[in-house]
Design a binder for this molecule. Structure first.
Ligand SMILES: [Zn+2]
Length: 176
């Protein structure tokens, strides 16, 4: 009987990064504009950050690239999250700032934050995704893919580079 063959779970496409993957079930995440499958892969990559010190070195770039690739929410909190992540992504990619400085940078940015405005997410076709990071078989490979992913996502946001650089200048200028 044809009905005896098990059916594969339906594939879903992530609205943020375009990842096509079987639906693991469960609700889509509230925090990011992402599919449940993509969110699950993100969770696995984050788990590496928390268990492997070598992977932890690029943790902030994972968070930034993921948030920027799955932007779209317009609440005040979502707008600020994407702004802060783009600001550190800019520093990591353009100025080669140490990625482990990320949390301290976000703290400083929030203290002197400009009025963030919503930035229309650019089209992001064909970029690396969190699922590509997941295929890395060593911490060295993990870090290499994360850096390449972060650089691609930052490049995709080029229509807003000038705005993000201006926010950085405003938030991080030393005050007397
Ligand atoms: Zn995604």
């Amino acid at each position: 009987m044809a009905g005896d063959r098990p059916t594969a779970p339906a594939a879903t496409t992530c609205p943020g990064c375009g990842l096509v993957a079987p639906d693991p079930g469960g609700a889509a995440p509230a925090e990011h504009r992402a599919s449940a499958a993509c969110s699950a892969a993100y969770g696995q990559v984050l788990a590496r950050s928390y268990t492997d010190p070598a992977c932890r070195r690029v943790h902030q770039m994972v968070v930034d690239a993921y948030a920027a690739q799955h932007a779209g929410g317009t609440t005040r909190r979502q707008v600020q999250t994407v702004a802060l992540c783009l600001m550190t992504l800019c520093l990591f990619v353009e100025d080669d700032v140490d990625i482990t400085e990320g949390p301290a940078l976000h703290k400083a940015m929030v203290a002197h934050r400009p009025d963030f405005t919503w930035l229309a997410p650019p089209p992001r076709p064909g970029l690396l995704t969190v699922a590509d990071v997941l295929t890395a078989e060593s911490p060295t490979e993990h870090c290499r893919v994360v850096r390449e992913w972060g650089a691609q996502v930052w490049q995709a946001w080029s229509p807003h580079h000038a705005t993000v650089r201006a926010w950085n200048a405003q938030a991080l200028t030393p005050r007397t």
